[in-house]
Structures are given as structure tokens and as C-alpha cells.
Design a protein around this ligand. Structure first.
Ligand code: ZN
Ligand code: ZN
Length: 447
């Protein structure tokens, strides 16, 4: 974020759609000021990843720049860091306190008890401010159920706080008003309010994304074609003018290399990105998510719950992600994905796609956005329509997944804009596996 980027590449996600509450787009002058302002906490967050005040400041600036979904991520991490900081027995808490906050109270040479109390007071004040800003940001994404959850969480800590009580009341009003508006169209589609996608965010490329990740060079396309060649004898990726506004061939498309007969299978390959929410039932291949045949199941001795339809799938898993997952317990993610509650299970199923992508990147040892297949797709994810957003699917789920994988969630490589970009890529390119779509309880997904 503190790398060079300019006004022409700035495409805020706020203000694109008429959600709830106003976000005022800064003028060109205001933008220049905010961009400079962002560079300071952005640098500080990189140098001091455990200092909650820097995260909070960066979140505030990102919000003003029109990125409420990124501000939300910073506010979530600020709350987590404060939690660690208030736990005087936690090791990470020491990192939180050792920086600016501890220093500022040390100056006065106070007793350890008073110092501890002052540190707690400072962190508690910051926590309340963070909740308030977090709630405000969520209005710009229309994530009303998350607003209510956050208000209730904050009220447990500050039970009689009038400002938070007011926020809860406003949130409840917004919920009933919007629910009343949404109900008729939901009913027409045979859906309940539980299935309604509240949170929505516009899909925009972040301006500080390194240029190499925003363009696809000859080599990228050649390597994608090489892989395509191994699973299809009739398809190739070429430049295309389709979808381009000025008729140029900046886009890419998939073309037939020869005439294709009716009912001919044009693509025959399991990719590394099929996921099913019930791997332990032994019904679906862990790699391609196709239904397993009873007498034809392949497994690893170290991870017997990962079952595969073929040696090819087993090899793909081993070559791409098994090592990153081996020996780790993801049962909580799978349990959530099998939940009877629609909103919980759909968030968790998306999280399983994220788990696969991040495991591929960890095994490859490359930053997530540089790792195929994310890198191949990353240059092309902007879209006209918004995509669903929720605190569970976009922030808490990915952070929890990273923690289980043993990755530091405060590391720069896993900054929230990186996770959000992965999310855009996954949602714009993922599709349910047609052959098993009818098995509703399974919902396998494949990129
Ligand atoms: Zn398979
Ligand atoms: Zn294993």
C-alpha cells in the first residue's frame, strides 16, 4: 500500500452501489492527502505487525479511501491484537504491549500494577473506538447481520455504553427495514431470509497490486496452454477481442483448435481445486469432488480421510497441496460446511475453496497472489456485479484457516487485500461441479 500508485488506478469499492449509509468520495486533492496518510500506517503495520494502533489507523484511512471491506479486515485484526494485549500471560500480548502503548506509560515511572492498569485502559479505549468504526464500515457493505453481531459483542464488554446501545438499535431498525424490502423478491425465488446475501462488495482491482500481478505475459499464457494441452486435445487459450470495449485483443479466451463433434468430451482433467464439504464420508474425491466408486478409492497412509477417485487425483493432491495440509486438523471447517444452517454452511464451503488455494500456495512456497492458479486468474477479476461479503466468509474464516495451517495472520503476505483478491478470483471462477450438483448436501466446488 505504500508502494507507488496513483489517482488513475484508484477504484474505490464504496459508493459503486446504493447500499446503506453514505460514503463521500474524496476530491482529487483529498485523495492525494489520504494516499499520503495511508503510506504511514501501511509502513508501520509492515514494520510492527502486532501494534494495534497502526492497524486501526490504516483501517480508518482505507475506509476514507473507499475500501470498507479492507478497513473491516484491519479492524478485526485490531480487535484480535487488543485481546492478546489485554491477556498479560500471552506471549503475543507482550508484543502488542511492548511497543508504543507500553512506552507511553513507562515514561511516568509508575508501579507495575498501575502501568498494567494504564495499558489496559488504553487498549480498552482503542477497542471501543475500533468497534464503532468497524460497525460504520459494515454499513457500506450492507452487512447488517454482522453489524448486529458486532454490536452484541461490544455490549458484552461495555454493557451500559449508550453509544453502542444506540448502534444496536439502529442496526435492528436497518435489519427490519431491509428485510421487509427483500422478503417479496426472496419469496418469489422460493428463498428464506436466512439465504439472503446481505453483505455485498463491488469487485475492483486494488491499485497497489504489483503490475506483474495485473497483467498476463507470454510465459503465463504459454504455461497455461501447456497444462491445457495435457487435458484437452481441442482447446487453446488465445487473445480475444470479446468483452473488450474498444475492439482490442487485450482479453484472452478459450478457443477450439479443431472442429468439435456433438457430445464430445472437450476437457478431461481433474484440477487441483475441487472441494467437497464431506471428505470424511468417503463419498467424494478430495481432489476433483466427483463421486467415488466403491472399489476404486486411493488414499495416503498419513491422511486416510483424504480419499481419491484415481491415482491421477492422488498425485495432483500430493504435488500441489497435500504436504501443506498433512497432519493438520480441519474438522471444525468441515463441520461448519456441513451445518444445517444455510448461512453458516455456505460461508464455510467458500472457506474450503480458500483453504485449497492457500494450501497450494504454501506448498509451492510462493506468495498467494503469485501462485498458479490464482496468478493466472488474478489479472481478470474485475466485474460489473457485486459479490457477497460477510465477516465469517471473508475475514474470520480465512484467518482461522491460516491459523490452523500455522501461518501468521499478521504477516504482510496474508494482508487482508491479498485475501480479498483471492476471494474475488475464487468467486469469479469457481463453479459447482455439474455431475454432483444434484446431491444438495454435498455441494462440491471446483475452480
Ligand atoms: Zn478425483
Ligand atoms: Zn498426509
Amino acid at each position: 500500500m505504500d508502494l507507488p500508485w496513483d489517482y488513475s488506478t484508484w477504484k474505490p469499492t464504496a459508493g459503486v452501489f446504493e447500499w446503506l449509509g453514505d460514503w463521500k468520495k474524496p476530491s482529487k486533492k483529498g485523495f492525494a492527502k489520504l494516499k499520503l496518510q495511508l503510506a504511514i500506517p501501511a509502513r508501520n503495520v509492515r514494520d510492527h505487525p502486532h501494534e494495534p494502533r497502526f492497524r486501526f489507523e490504516r483501517g480508518e484511512t482505507l475506509y476514507r479511501l473507499g475500501y470498507p471491506e479492507l478497513a473491516a479486515g484491519d479492524f478485526e485484526k485490531t480487535l484480535m491484537l487488543i485481546e492478546y494485549g489485554l491477556d498479560f500471560s500471552s506471549e503475543l500480548g507482550e508484543n502488542v504491549r511492548v511497543l508504543g502503548i507500553q512506552e507511553s506509560v513507562k515514561k511516568h515511572e509508575l508501579s507495575p500494577e498501575v502501568t498494567q492498569q494504564n495499558v489496559s485502559d488504553l487498549l480498552n479505549n482503542l477497542r471501543k473506538k475500533t468497534y464503532m468504526e468497524y460497525i460504520n464500515a459494515l454499513y457500506k457493505i450492507r452487512a447488517v447481520p454482522d453489524i448486529l453481531t458486532l454490536c452484541k459483542e461490544a455490549l458484552k464488554i461495555y454493557p451500559r455504553d449508550p453509544e453502542i446501545r444506540d448502534l444496536l438499535e439502529e442496526g435492528e431498525e436497518a435489519y427490519s427495514e431491509h428485510a421487509a424490502e427483500a422478503r417479496p423478491s426472496l419469496a418469489a425465488q422460493g428463498m428464506s431470509l436466512d439465504q439472503y446475501a446481505w453483505g455485498m462488495v463491488a469487485t475492483k482491482s486494488y491499485p497497489w497490486t504489483p503490475p506483474a500481478l495485473r497483467t498476463r505475459d507470454v510465459e503465463t499464457i504459454a504455461s497455461a496452454n501447456q497444462i491445457l494441452d495435457s487435458c484437452s486435445d481441442c482447446l487453446e487459450i488465445r487473445h480475444s477481442s470479446l468483452g473488450s470495449r474498444n475492439g482490442t485483443t487485450q482479453s484472452f479466451g478459450m478457443f477450439a483448435k479443431r472442429d468439435i463433434k456433438k457430445n464430445e468430451k472437450i476437457l478431461d482433467s481433474p484440477s487441483a481445486t475441487g472441494t467437497s464439504n464431506k471428505p470424511a464420508t468417503g463419498q467424494y474425491c478430495y481432489n476433483c469432488a466427483f463421486t467415488l466408486k466403491k472399489n476404486q478409492v486411493f488414499t495416503f497412509t498419513c491422511c486416510p480421510t483424504m480419499k481419491f477417485c484415481s491415482e491421477v487425483c492422488l498425485e495432483i493432491a500430493n504435488g500441489n497441496y497435500h504436504k501443506a495440509l498433512c497432519g493438520k486438523d480441519f474438522s471444525e471447517l468441515y463441520q461448519a460446511a456441513s451445518s444445517q444452517t444455510f448461512s453458516e454452511s455456505s460461508k464455510a464451503r467458500d472457506n474450503l475453496v480458500f483453504l485449497r488455494l492457500i494450501a497450494i500456495s504454501l506448498q509451492a512456497g510462493t506468495p498467494p497472489l503469485m501462485t498458479p492458479p490464482i496468478a493466472w486468474l488474478g489479472a481478470n477479476y474485475e466485474a460489473q456485479s457485486p459479490i457477497p461479503w460477510s465477516r465469517g466468509a471473508n475475514i474470520i474464516g480465512p484467518l482461522r484457516t491460516l491459523q490452523i495451517l500455522g501461518v501468521s495472520i499478521f504477516a504482510e503476505d496474508y494482508d487482508i487485500w491479498v485475501l480479498q483478491t483471492m476471494w474475488y478470483v475464487a468467486l469469479h471462477t469457481s463453479q459447482e461441479n455439474a455431475d454432483v450438483k444434484s446431491e444438495k448436501e454435498s455441494c462440491p466446488k471446483q475452480l
